[in-house]
Ligand binder design. Structure first.
Ligand SMILES: [Zn+2]
Length: 220
């Protein structure tokens, strides 16, 4: 996938640096030093969405104070290279939940092109693309966001649902028909977004949709 290739040029210059703290270390695991690894709370937990469209949704890491910073760096502070260690961690959830054989294609929550242009990348797409590469699975770019919407976090539940209404579209239905899809996002906050996209996928004849996020701030 050319996106990943293009990004390789933006990666750290040496292999011995921790991607999270930038310190030199020789015992890196998934590009992360032992100190940073200790701050991560890896749980491979299910999110209770209670949605008819999402078969199961999982997240990899607890949204603790450390993860809040990691997410902010990844999404808002331009540290796009974090997709690599983060996707490697998410891969463990896929393995833990024995999803590898079941998944046909990988998709991601799209961003509106205006938002993506501002940020320079879509953080969910980077995760999905690298997971696809690691698993040797096709990544579909068929889902697009057609409306520019307000930030979901600041809205009530009803407002959130109205805010997202008709804001996603499938470009190529034949790509997803009859397929089991792994739908990737960086963070599940309320679950409204992943539910809305799941609905569109199922309505466009996807067979089954699994959700996977790096972390979740949704209260249990
Ligand atoms: Zn570190």
């Amino acid at each position: 996938m050319s996106l990943i290739k293009a990004l390789n040029g933006l990666l750290f210059p040496t292999r011995n640096l921790c991607y999270l703290c930038g310190e030199r270390a020789y015992n890196l695991r998934d590009h992360i030093c032992r100190d940073c690894y200790n701050f991560l709370d890896i749980v491979h937990r299910e999110v209770d969405l209670n949605s008819p469209y999402i078969h199961r949704a999982y997240y990899t890491l607890v949204y603790n104070r450390y993860m809040r910073e990691v997410i902010a760096d990844y999404k808002f502070n331009g540290k796009s290279y974090l997709y690599k260690p983060l996707a490697l961690l998410m891969l463990k959830t896929i393995e833990e939940k024995a999803l590898i054989d079941e998944i046909d294609i990988i998709m991601y929550i799209p961003a509106h092109r205006r938002k993506e242009a501002k940020r320079g990348y879509n953080q969910a797409e980077l995760l999905a693309s690298y997971i696809g590469k690691l698993l040797d699975k096709e990544v579909s770019h068929s889902l697009i966001k057609t409306r520019y919407t307000r930030d979901q976090g600041k809205l009530s539940r009803l407002e959130r649902m109205n805010n997202l209404k008709d804001s996603f579209k499938i470009r190529a239905r034949e790509e997803i028909r009859g397929k089991t899809i792994l739908l990737v996002d960086d963070i599940i906050t309320t679950g409204t977004t992943i539910e809305e996209v799941g609905k569109i996928l199922i309505k466009n004849q996807a067979r089954k949709v699994y959700g996977l996020a790096l972390t979740s701030s949704k209260s249990l």
